[in-house]
Design a protein around this ligand. Sequence first.
Ligand SMILES: Cc1cc2nc3c(=O)[nH]c(=O)nc-3n(C[C@H](O)[C@H](O)[C@H](O)COP(=O)(O)OP(=O)(O)OC[C@H]3O[C@@H](n4cnc5c(N)ncnc54)[C@H](O)[C@@H]3O)c2cc1C
Length: 309
Amino acid sequence: MGSWRELADRNRLLTHVPLGPLTTYKLGGPARLMVEVEERDDLVSLAAAIEETPLPVLVLGRGSNVLISDRGFDGVVVHLGTGFSWVRWQEGLVSAGGSTSLPNLARAAAKAGQGNLEFYVGIPGSVGGAVRMNAGCHGSETADVLEKAEVFDLLDGTQSARSPLDLQLGYRQSNLGDLEVVVSASYHTVPVEPDVAEGVMREVGRWRKEHQPGGTLNAGSVFKNPPGDAAGRIIDEAGLKGYTVGRVSVSQKHGNFFVAERTATAQDVHDLVIAVREIVRERSGVELIPEIRFVGDFDDEPEPPPAED
Ligand SMILES: Cc1cc2nc3c(=O)[nH]c(=O)nc-3n(C[C@H](O)[C@H](O)[C@H](O)COP(=O)(O)OP(=O)(O)OC[C@H]3O[C@@H](n4cnc5c(N)ncnc54)[C@H](O)[C@@H]3O)c2cc1C
């Protein structure tokens, strides 16, 4: 147990940590263990600790694409702290730590006259989460701008640089496994007038305000868009805007955003996802695939679909 003890002695190891506050849904139970990683040595100790006592691992970024079970996560959550929140630049290249928020990255790059990353201003995730999910919007995605990501592998304690090709970035996916931690990333940039970049970011914000239910508890798009179509449009066409399970509803503003009340449970969200998927399958024959990641155990019994009218 030496390495766990080492982490505890450095005040990096926490127990029974509520995870809801670390996610945008604000739902879900506690983690058995959480390691707050502030420097590389913490990752080295953690790799050794996991080798001593293998446990399920969840790397948690800003929690904007996950739904944590009400029963929590019976393993170790790896959380990159402020030591991994930084942005640096040189001509044509911006680098950022794995826990840097994407809007902060976009704004810092724009201020420095480095364009290409403006689209990140609308995505409330972290650099690490964006690499893992190949996050994107408004016609750009991480794969288009990423030069490389530095990845620490908790399986063997090694770190390596991965190109977009190495990472096999596809639509909202990569080949990163649960034990691989993105500690930093660097991006190709192009010169831009800060005012121009500001204008682009304002437009991204305006578009989101108009089309998405801002200020609510959600995790962005619930389902991936089927090729050539939009999950939100399909859900809307199935008549499901406003459809509710427990205390979670399909947003009236955007059919692919499921909005939770503060008193909702994670199981409510899960059941709404299952119900919407089944109703859409019945009504349009489309098989929707979740984009959000479910963490921990859920009851599988879905809500029955509404009676046909
Ligand atoms: C209002 C709203 C709007 C959104 N709009 C968009 C959008 O336009 N486009 C889009 O693509 N997404 C969007 N999202 C979803 C989400 O913001 C992105 O997927 C984001 O990249 C997730 O980053 P995160 O740090 O929150 O990751 P988390 O939700 O914490 O985790 C997501 C996945 O990434 C892994 N992960 C997190 N950090 C790391 C790391 N350092 N190393 C390795 N793996 C890691 C986790 O294990 C998990 O598998 C939106 C979400 C919200 C709430």
